[in-house]
Design a binder for this molecule. Structure first.
Ligand SMILES: Cc1cc2nc3c(=O)[nH]c(=O)nc-3n(C[C@H](O)[C@H](O)[C@H](O)COP(=O)(O)O)c2cc1C
Length: 285
C-alpha cells in the first residue's frame, strides 16, 4: 500500500479485540517492532514487545493506562536520552513502526502521558539517565470506540487538523512568513502536505510549521513552553517533530521528490519558531 495512504488511514486505536492474534500476524508484528532503526539525526533505536500476560512480567506489577486503553495484551516501548535530538529520532523511528503496523491492519496509539512508567521501566530494565518517552498498545482494533476513547478524542479534538494556512508558509525576508499560495497547495507537493497534516501529535497540538523556499522544505517547532514543562525530564513535543519528519521524508521519498536531508538552520529573519531540519526536494516553488 502507498505510504501516504497508510498515513491517511492511521488513527489512534484505544479499544482492542481480545481474541488471540494468528501466529503469522504475531510473527510479522514482532519483526517490525524489534527491528533496529535509526533516525535522521543518526541515533539508533530499537523497541521491545511487552506481553502483559507473560508470567514473568506479571510479577513486576501491573501495566496501567488509566483506563484509556481497553483489551490490549501487547505493547511496544523503548527508551532514549532525554535531549531533543534523541527524542526527535525516537519519534521518527517509533512512527515508522506505527505506520508499518497500520499497514498490517493492526491498531496502535501513541501514549506519552496515560501510562504507568514504573511498570514499563522495570519491564525494559531502564538504564540510568534514559527516559521512556512513549509506549503504544498494538493489536486488532475492536472496530468501535469505547466511551473513554470517545471522551479522550473529544478532549483532544482528535478528528480535527489545523488548516493549510496555519501550517504551511513561504518566507519573505524581513516581512517574515505568509501562508503558501495555491501554486504550492495544488502543485506536485500537495500530497506531501496531506501526509504531514494527518500525523498524530501529543494532545493533537500539531506544533509543526513548514516553510517552503525554492527547492527546500524547512521544518520548525512552535514550541509550547508550558506544555513541554509538564513532562519534567524531556520535551514531549520533540516526539511530534520526529513524527512530522517521518511523514515528510517518507512521503517525499515515495513521490520520488526527495533530494536530501539537511541539518543546517537557514537563519531566516523574523521566524517565531524553533528550527528543526530541512529537506531538499526536486520541486522549486
Ligand atoms: C507524542 C504523543 C503522545 C500522546 N500521548 C497520548 C496519551 O498519553 N494518551 C492518549 O490517549 N493519547 C495520546 N496520544 C494520541 C493523540 O491524542 C492523538 O494522536 C491525536 O489526538 C490525534 O488523533 P489520531 O491519532 O486519531 O489522528 C499521543 C500522541 C502523540 C504523538
Amino acid at each position: 500500500m502507498s505510504i501516504i495512504k497508510v498515513m491517511n488511514k492511521r488513527t489512534s486505536i484505544r479499544s482492542f479485540n481480545t481474541e488471540d492474534l494468528s501466529s503469522d500476524l504475531l510473527d510479522k508484528m514482532k519483526v517490525i517492532i524489534i527491528k533496529k532503526r535509526s533516525g535522521p539525526f543518526g541515533s539508533r533505536h530499537n523497541f521491545s514487545l511487552i506481553d502483559i500476560n507473560e508470567k514473568k512480567l506479571n510479577e513486576l506489577g501491573k501495566m496501567t493506562s488509566y483506563g484509556v486503553v481497553k483489551g490490549a495484551r501487547y505493547y511496544f516501548a523503548g527508551y532514549c536520552d532525554p535531549d531533543d535530538r534523541s527524542l526527535i529520532d525516537f519519534g521518527y523511528c517509533f512512527q515508522e513502526v506505527v505506520l508499518e503496523l497500520t499497514e498490517l491492519g493492526l491498531g496502535t496509539c501513541w501514549l506519552g502521558g496515560t501510562f504507568g512508567r514504573s511498570f514499563i521501566a522495570k519491564a525494559l530494565s531502564l538504564p540510568d539517565g534514559k527516559v521512556i518517552p512513549a509506549i503504544s498498545p498494538v493489536g486488532l482494533p475492536l472496530g468501535k470506540r469505547t466511551t473513554t476513547d470517545k471522551l479522550v478524542r473529544y478532549i483532544a479534538k482528535s478528528s480535527n487538523r489545523k488548516s493549510h494556512d496555519q501550517l504551511f508558509f513561504n518566507h519573505y525576508g524581513s516581512e517574515g512568513v505568509k501562508p503558501i499560495g495555491a501554486e504550492v497547495e495544488n502543485g506536485p507537493l500537495s500530497k506531501i502536505l496531506e501526509g504531514v497534516r494527518f500525523a498524530p501529535s501529543a494532545s493533537n497540538k500539531q506544533p509543526w510549521r513548514f516553510i517552503f523556499k525554492e527547492d527546500h522544505i524547512h521544518l520548525y517547532w512552535d514550541f509550547n513552553e508550558k506544555y513541554n514543562a509538564a513532562f519534567k525530564s524531556f520535551n514531549i513535543q520533540a516526539l511530534d517533530m520526529g513524527i512530522a519528519l517521518c511523514h515528510l521524508i517518507k512521503s517525499t521519498d515515495e513521490l520520488e521528490l526527495m533530494a536530501g536531508f539537511i541539518d543546517e538552520d537557514p537563519q531566516f529573519e523574523s521566524i517565531p519558531w524553533k528550527y528543526v531540519a530541512s529537506l531538499k526536494n526536486k520541486v522549486v516553488v
